[in-house]
Design a protein around this ligand. Structure first.
Ligand SMILES: *Cc1c(COP(=O)(O)O)cnc(C)c1O
Length: 942
């Protein structure tokens, strides 16, 4: 008889340190067991003592089988619904080398540009694609989706318009979900959205600050925008155009027609539909508006050797610095998907894209011709890929018949059907549509029918990068060169405080590529998406149980969007009970920048609450602010554990005080990795939280996105969760798709299913232990700024370098860059306290790696001392000159007061060395000489 082998529980694979290693770590911290440590660290008043009521953990194989069963309940159809989502062929080289490649998906946001040149270059390509195709000067590095990009365009237009008005005019032929998100976002800001049939300029009001046009429209119609844009400009308004990037390869660009802003989605550039996301939204603007752009902007600068180097530009616009005056709350974006889209353009080049677009267009033209030949009225005279047909009283039958043939069409109303062609549309698909309309098969070919005066004549994507990677070999090597430039979790630890860079397991990632998840349209009929709906309902229920809340919406596609959704729920609740004047949101001075920016977007006024010397919220200042705002207090927004990485002991009292004063409590749940299994925000006094599934629940950071930021509420707020984009719920949607970035929800589903309640609890304990272990090992070398009960930290610790900087002149920046020479990604720099480093090791790093990091930090402390004592001059030492490139090393004459080996092998290890491709980057130079598209090839020569 053979013995049945029990698989190793997934939790053992997920948690880095073995039990023996954890015992060693505990003894250094001074505890006998994890329970004892957590008992000491977490205030008893909030401690949850029961096991989490989640399904018992199963193995990765079993969970995969279970998820496959759910996946088979989704029906993969030919998707011809349109509405901004299209079939696309993801080139296999991009799927395997980017989407499924940990060197891309486990990278972090490129805030340390020297170790992020690969993804920065790919994002610069993305910006170049968007700027070129839209005909506008500056494009940002990805928004969340088309609908939210349109909402950002609305507020940008308001900031930029000469006309001070409250009216934003929207083309009646706009995607319905875009209109719904615009309405959600306009209401709290006092903007009135006026929908106008823009086919007649007489329908434009006299006074408005902005206009959103669609190009093509939701119906598929393509119209000349010049007259409308000119008229809007005459009236002092700014014009945004929601444009389809593929259509723009054939059509005159919005920029050349005079538009100020263009927005849209890059989904059909090789990114699967995924039941709504994630996909990269985009925005580009004319010159003069770049300082108002929301989100991140990649720019070109140079390093200390004068070499071209990329980094994020104009960061002072972002909410980390501007807080309530920020242009937007966007933080985590859609980097991985922007990278995929840009690679699609690199792979196909301008001719390839034009050929794809022409093929799509000709299929739509054939479809229209066949329908017309069969006597069906096609109402879209000029179109690119989508046509609208009138079949009075028969629309539902046509759509149902098409579904029987395996094709989804869009039911517009009882008399109208819309049909969208895309790159994947085949002859049998066209035949199925003709059959559904009961007409004979149409022509085998058709000429282009684009209006002559809208045919694009200018060139685009002329940069050599879009011409030199057409063979698969060239593409493969290009992708390898880019990813080799970067430091991601596949190289080593990324101990970024507040970011939770834990394991993103391969078994969690695999289902994302399954066609039953990847190829589902977000507005497919409900009977085709039962698997998705069951998976989403299970995930929502598990998250509710883990957080102690009553209801969860998975729609927000980043933490920032969850914040907005949560605050909108509070606002609606206050309004319902007649407290419409309550608009003050208390936010501690230590809060994440998104908190303040989101409060402003929710129509609230931010009032800052001070922190005391221990880093805790100052309760007497809280009392004073509550008293001052007795009549207008809407909410408090606090992060727990605090952004200082500490379990504040008076959180329960804080909640009670705010409730007594008529306010609601928002707990920012981005730090849930320190709570899961040990405390539930929904049970210790909070009314609403957002969670970051891209932190605690294993969705990889993707180089700066995608993310999912579900919002969780207690029952009294449940009816104010984000509504369906095509419904009429009390609060509207915050994303274009009903479940936001549904396509990556298999990741947290797999994590929860394979960890179970016990595994999650064990992970929290291991994360808290790891942070306390690092704090204990480093405390004598760098003061740990804040700690709570018994001197313990939560899941992260802040190392205070301010005194050392004063004594030695060595800055946090120097230490961060020097860590690169030691083979590490720096911890979070100067957040939430300037001049400090915040370290979050997570549960997934094993003891060797934790020790390697601590050893590097201790060695760096020794280097700082040599600078302080004058042994090394302050301007020429390994810290000031870090990071050291291979090129810097190969100079004939080495003039520095330290050796080459000290420069690049400071820890003595030579194997597996990470070589940064550029030296320290001069960010300020790049901001003064702003350039945000691919630099001329001559500049790139060595
Ligand atoms: C990461 C984080 C956020 C923002 O989440 P995004 O997904 O980046 O928008 C908000 N608050 C805190 C405390 C965070 O750490």
């Amino acid at each position: 008889m053979t013995e049945q082998l029990e698989p190793v529980p997934f939790a053992t694979r997920h948690i880095g340190p073995s039990e023996a290693e954890r015992r060693h770590m505990l003894s250094l911290v001074g505890y006998h067991s994890s329970t004892e440590l957590l008992d000491a660290a977490i205030p008893e008043s909030i401690r949850w003592r029961e096991p989490l009521d989640l399904p018992a953990a199963v193995s990765e194989t079993e969970a995969t089988t279970e998820l496959r069963e759910l996946a088979t309940q989704n029906v993969v159809m030919r998707q011809m619904i349109g509405l901004g989502y299209y079939g696309t062929h993801t080139p296999a080289v991009i799927r395997r080398q980017v989407l499924e490649n940990p060197s891309w998906y486990t990278a972090y946001t490129p805030y340390q540009p020297e170790i992020s040149q690969g993804r920065l270059e790919a994002l610069l390509n993305f910006q170049t694609v968007v700027a070129d195709l839209t005909g506008l000067e500056v494009a940002g590095a990805s928004l969340l989706d088309e609908a939210t990009a349109a909402a950002e365009a609305m507020t940008l237009a308001r900031r930029a318009a000469k006309k001070k008005s409250e009216v934003f005019v929207v083309d009646a032929d706009t995607l319905p979900q875009t209109l719904a998100v615009l309405r959600t976002r306009a209401e709290p800001l006092g903007i009135s959205v006026v929908v106008a049939d823009v086919s007649d300029t007489a329908n434009l009001p006299q006074e408005f600050f902005g206009l959103l046009l669609s190009y093509p429209g939701a119906s598929g119609a393509v119209r000349d925008l010049r007259g409308l844009i000119d008229l809007a400009h005459e009236r002092g308004a700014q014009v945004a155009v929601a444009a389809d990037l593929l259509a723009l390869t054939l059509l005159t660009s919005p920029g050349s027609q005079g538009a100020d802003i263009a927005v849209g989605s890059a989904q059909r550039f090789g990114v699967p539909m995924g039941y709504g996301g994630p996909h990269a939204g985009y925005m580009s603007v004319r010159k003069g508006l770049e300082r108002s752009l929301p989100g991140r902007l990649v720019g070109v600068s140079k390093d200390t050797a004068g070499k071209v180097a990329y980094r994020l530009a104009l960061q002072t616009r972002e909410q980390h610095i501007r807080r309530e005056r920020a242009t937007s709350n966007i933080c985590t974006a859609q980097v991985l998907l922007a990278v995929m889209a840009s690679c699609y353009a690199v792979y196909h080049g301008p001719e390839g894209l034009r050929a794809i677009a022409a093929g799509v267009h000709r299929r739509a033209a054939r479809l229209a011709a066949g329908l017309r030949d069969g006597g069906v009225e096609v109402t879209t005279a000029s179109f690119f890929d989508t046509i609208t047909a009138r079949v009075p009283g028969r629309a539902a039958t046509v759509v149902a018949d098409a579904a029987d043939f395996g094709v989804n069409l869009r039911l517009v109303d009882a008399d109208t059907v819309a049909i969208a062609c895309d790159e994947t549309t085949t002859d049998p698909d066209l035949n199925a549509v003709w059959a559904a309309f009961d007409v004979a098969e149409g022509p085998a070919d058709a000429d282009e029918v684009l209006p002559d005066d809208l045919r694009r004549t200018d060139e685009y994507l002329t940069h050599p990068v879009f011409a030199s990677h057409r063979s698969e070999t060239a593409m493969l090597r290009y992708l390898r060169r880019l990813s080799d430039s970067d430091y991601a979790l596949d190289r080593g630890m990324i101990p970024l405080g507040s970011c939770t860079m834990k394991l993103n397991a391969a078994s969690q990632m695999e289902p994302v590529s399954w066609p039953q998840f990847a190829d589902i349209h977000p507005y497919a009929p409900a009977d085709q998406t039962l698997g998705y709906e069951t998976m989403i309902a299970q995930l929502a229920a598990w998250l509710a149980e883990a957080t102690g809340y009553d209801a969860v919406s998975l729609q927000p596609n980043a933490g920032s969007q969850g914040e907005l959704a949560g605050l909108l729920a509070i606002r609606a609740w206050q309004d319902e009970r007649g407290a419409t004047a309550r608009d003050v949101c208390l936010i501690p001075s230590s809060a994440h920048g998104t908190n303040a920016a989101s409060a402003v977007m929710a129509g609230m006024r931010v009032v800052v609450v001070a922190c005391d010397d221990e880093g805790n919220i100052d309760l007497s200042d809280l009392d004073a602010k509550i008293a001052e705002h007795a009549d207008d207090l809407a909410a408090i927004m606090v992060t727990y554990p605090s952004t200082h990485g500490v379990y504040e002991s008076h959180i329960d009292r804080l909640c009670a005080k705010v409730h007594d004063a008529g306010g609601q409590v928002y707990v920012d749940g981005a730090n849930l990795n320190a709570l899961l299994g040990f405390a539930k925000p929904g049970k210790f006094g909070a009314d609403v939280s957002h969670l970051n599934l891209h932190k605690t629940f294993c969705i990889p950071h993707g180089g700066g996105g995608p993310g999912v930021g579900p919002v969780a509420v207690r029952s009294h707020l449940a009816k104010y969760l984000p509504g369906h984009p095509l419904g009429d719920d009390p609060v509207g949607p915050v994303a274009a798709a009903p479940h936001g970035s549904a396509g990556i929800l298999p990741i947290p589903w797999m994590y929860l299913r394979t960890m179970g309640g016990e595994g999650l609890t064990e992970a929290t304990a291991a994360a808290v232990l790891a942070a306390n272990y690092v704090a204990a090992r480093l405390r004598d070398h760098f003061p740990v700024l804040y700690s709570g009960n018994k001197g313990l930290v939560a899941h992260e610790c802040i190392l205070d370098l301010r005194q050392l900087t004063k004594d030695s002149g060595v800055s946090v920046d120097d230490v961060a860059k020097r860590l690169i020479d030691y083979g590490f990604h720096a911890p979070t720099m100067s957040f939430p306290v300037a001049g400090t480093l915040m370290v979050e090791p997570t549960e997934s790093e094993n003891l060797d790696e934790l020790d390697r990091f601590c050893d590097a930090m201790i060695a760096i402390r020794g280097e700082i001392d040599k600078v302080a004592s004058g042994q090394w001059p302050s301007g020429d030492n390994p810290l000031a000159n870090a990071p050291h490139t291979a090129a810097a090393l190969s100079v004939e004459e080495w003039t520095h007061p330290y050796t080459r080996a000290e420069a690049v092998f400071p820890s003595g290890h030579t194997t597996g060395k990470y070589w940064p491709p550029v030296g320290r980057i001069d960010g300020a130079w790049g901001d003064r000489n702003l350039a945000c598209a691919c630099p001329p090839i001559e500049d790139l020569a060595d």
